[in-house]
Design a protein around this ligand. Structure first.
Ligand code: 13P
Length: 287
């Protein structure tokens, strides 16, 4: 069964490594990630965006699929299933569907409203043994072809959210979702240190893990980041492997039209990417 993420992140913070949140989009994605984490004995967080949840037929389907895989693939490492950037309404939908971890992204609300909604969700989640991630300082990214630079969180606002008892906190430090533009100035470690000084031992989350140079990732972990989210990078390798397979043409002549064969190269590409990330984040052998 999927577990809450709070304990794995507490251990990661203490052990100075980070747990990967790999977002899943379909059965092949989830199965590939689970096979790799079992092989490498690493804890993992499977992220589900609202869009991916809808695509996979709804949150109950996702919970059923992942819990089924944990049993039938005989997965022994801790696996959390986590709503990514959840709205207030979708946090409740996931709680009802059996998620043990959710992110409430109230960063677009005025801070008082973010605090009020986060406070309520902390109470509800903790009464049910569910972990809660909150966000301060929105994480930018590509919108309508325009890439915005990441916003930086206000350390005092981070403290106010941290004091509500959230289990981990996503604080914007110049990180963005998707590919980083050529003129990206890099992560704001000064902001990360200022946030850390205010929130103490609370594990911090780094979103937008795609394309951040390895040395910046390692520095972020050394400064208290205990969870790193990766999505676009897996999508890119999946798409590229699938494209190559289709372009090779020959496989489609024989049995290659079998969807299980068609999706296999993408699944293998995800496995390779996840192995690379778990090694970089230092979570191998930490289950
Ligand atoms: P990337 O898509 O940039 O890897 O970011 C993933 C993420 O932060 C999901 O919340």
């Amino acid at each position: 069964m999927v577990v809450a993420a709070a304990e794995m992140l507490r251990k990661a913070k203490e052990g100075k490594y980070a747990v990967a949140q790999i977002n899943i989009n379909n059965l092949e994605w989830a199965k590939s990630v689970l096979q790799v984490v079992e092989e490498l004995q690493s804890p993992i967080i499977l992220g589900v965006s609202e869009g991916a949840g809808k695509y996979m037929a709804g949150y109950k389907t996702v919970v059923g699929m992942v819990n089924g895989m944990l049993e039938e693939l005989k997965i022994t490492v801790p696996v959390a299933l986590h709503l990514d950037h959840g709205s207030y309404e979708h946090c409740y939908k996931c709680i009802e569907a059996g998620f043990k971890s959710v992110m409430f992204d109230g960063s677009h609300y005025p801070i008082e409203e973010n605090i009020a909604k986060t406070r309520e969700l902390v109470e509800v989640c903790h009464s049910k043994g569910i972990s809660l991630e909150a966000e301060v300082g929105s994480i930018g990214g590509e919108e309508d072809g325009v890439v915005g630079l990441g916003e930086c969180a206000d350390p005092d606002e981070c403290k106010r959210i941290a004091d509500l008892g959230v289990d981990f906190l996503a604080a914007g430090i110049g990180n963005i979702h998707g590919k980083y533009p050529a003129n990206w100035p890099g992560l704001r470690f000064d902001v990360l240190e200022a946030v850390k000084a205010k929130v103490g031992e609370l594990p911090l989350v780094l979103h937008g893990g795609t394309g951040i140079p390895d040395d910046m990732i390692q520095k972020a972990i050394s400064l208290g980041v205990a969870k790193i989210n990766v999505n676009t990078e897996c999508q890119l390798v999946f798409a590229e492997a699938t494209r190559k397979y289709i372009e090779s043409g020959k496989d489609l002549e024989g049995k290659g039209f079998d969807p299980r064969k068609l999706l296999a190269p993408g699944a293998e590409a995800i496995k390779a990417k996840v192995r690379e990330k778990l090694t970089l984040f230092g979570s191998v052998g930490k289950a």
